[in-house]
Design a protein around this ligand. Structure first.
Ligand SMILES: N[C@@H](CCC(=O)N[C@@H](CS)C(=O)NCC(=O)O)C(=O)O
Length: 254
């Protein structure tokens, strides 16, 4: 049986779970919840990142690569549009979701979830994080002008954006009502059983993880990479990151 190495709070794992549910593919969850499980993850994915998918002897890592694999292996129902221009659009939106949108969401989460002490010490950076997320939400709203979904019918593009928008709302950054296109889209995708189910799993896990000893995602050791680092610099926390890396409060992937 297909095995998914994931974590219920990873937006990238969220994407893959929704795709699996949409395609009604049976799979087994191997949730990496503690640091002591890291070696099991490293055996399948040397990057030490979730999600990773094992299909027999094959291991596929990275949510975009996994999504392509699922589409190639189980083409029905399709989660990429058939029209080439819409396919390109879906891929562009997915890149935006995985990169700059993920980074902006993580910036607000830094203050609200990971390092709440920064709320008092770095109010200017926190305001900049909120403004950065608002810009990203505004851009998404424009992308949806005259459309129900991001690229033709419901597709991978919608699945990629969903976790970031849902998680931001859960920590106090909902889509502002004046962004009418994005607000209507949130209602549309939240009603989809696959998204509803994955969101429920994420919220249930969040409650349980508060008491987790030795957590895989530890607030004392934050994982920084690519667009997330760029966003930190943008909101004025570049020097703070260097300091936190020196203190061992943060790490970069292999
Ligand atoms: N490009 C990867 C990114 C995956 C990623 O960043 N995963 C994070 C969780 S959201 C992770 O596993 N980090 C390892 C850690 O925090 O130790 C994808 O799309 O799957």
């Amino acid at each position: 049986m297909l095995q998914l190495f994931d974590h219920p709070l990873s937006p990238f794992a969220f994407k893959v779970r929704v795709l699996l549910y949409e395609k009604a593919i049976a799979f087994e969850k191997n949730e990496i919840q503690t640091e002591s499980q890291r070696h099991a993850l490293l055996e399948v994915n040397p990057l030490g990142e979730v999600p990773a998918l094992r299909d027999g002897d094959d291991v596929i890592a990275d949510s975009k690569v996994i999504a392509d694999y699922l589409e190639d292996r189980w083409p029905t129902p399709p989660l990429l549009p058939s029209n080439p221009a819409d396919r390109a659009r879906a891929r562009r939106i997915e890149l935006l979701a995985d990169g700059p949108l993920d980074a902006a969401t993580l910036m607000v989460a830094l203050f609200k979830v990971f390092r709440p002490k920064l709320e008092a010490s770095e109010p200017t950076a926190q305001a900049a994080a909120g403004a950065l997320l608002r810009r990203r939400q505004g851009a998404l709203d424009q992308e949806l002008a005259g459309r129900e979904y991001f690229a033709g019918p419901f597709s991978r593009a919608d699945v990629a954006v969903a976790p970031h928008v849902i998680m931001a709302a859960a920590i106090g950054y909902p889509v502002p009502a004046e962004l009418e296109n994005l607000t209507a889209w949130v209602a549309r995708i939240s009603a989809r059983p696959s998204v509803e189910r994955t969101t429920g799993e994420a919220f249930a896990a969040f409650a349980g993880l508060q008491d987790q000893r030795d957590p895989f995602f530890s607030n004392d050791r934050l994982h920084w990479r690519s667009d997330r680092i760029e966003a930190l610099i943008r909101i004025g926390l570049g020097a703070w990151l260097l300091d936190d890396l020196k203190k061992g409060g943060a790490f970069l992937p292999e």
